[in-house]
Design a protein around this ligand. Sequence first.
Ligand SMILES: [Zn+2]
Ligand SMILES: [Zn+2]
Length: 279
Amino acid sequence: MQKFNYHSHTYRCKHAELDMKDEEYIQEYIKMKFEKIAFTDHCPEKNEIDKRTNMRMKYTEKNEYLNSIKKLKEKYADKIEIEVGYEAEYLPGEEANLMELKNETDKIILGQHFIYDNNNKLKIFGKEDFTDEELIRYAEYIEKAMELNIPNIIAHPDIYMLRRKDFGEIESKVANIICKAAEKYNIPLEINLNNVFSKTYYENRILNNAPIEEQKEKLINIAYPCKGFWEIVTKYNIKVLYGIDAHRRGQILLWNELVELANEILGKETIEKLNFIEK
Ligand SMILES: [Zn+2]
Ligand SMILES: [Zn+2]
């Protein structure tokens, strides 16, 4: 079982547990015997492009965040290895700012939550339907980001399945563009566990402890992880890893169950063919 996780948020993004301190996340990871973690909170934007007020830290909060994690890294050095970084989106024009964030930290995970539409407006997954053309652009943004050496990991590459019913021709095409680039640039893809958490143990935004067999029944029609996407991943020489994408108190403690549920979605045959990274 994977004992590292590089996808973890903090209260600063304003949609994670607001009264949960950075240290509490670490304590949950230690309880679960994790060996290495990275805080990758939603990145601040030097140019404020994403206008939503509950999505990311302010640029002025950046140093406080980096200092807080640095202090904890030292405090817990004999118990767990701690890195700091960001979850960021690629946008044309923001290359220099993204590289600056990368150079100041250990890791950038690319969580491509939006793209520009044809009118240069942000088009956000989950909020609106994407046209086929826009889905292809999503894949091309990820490809571009990898080409520019921005991300170390691609978070939830299959997030584009939100509001898509079937994994058909266009969805396969998107997957193949992403996979081809991930193979070429040797960037791992993340099987994201946060959507599984929201649909099961955190259904209706309240923690429940229903048995796992009952949780499995809630996974019908889940958008991601998407079985069709990960079947395509197995056809390439790509590294993969799980990412818990922690936002809530108690979420990390459910790691084993969430991995089991994700494996249930993807199926044993696919899981066995995937090339999981060691660290
Ligand atoms: Zn988030
Ligand atoms: Zn995240």
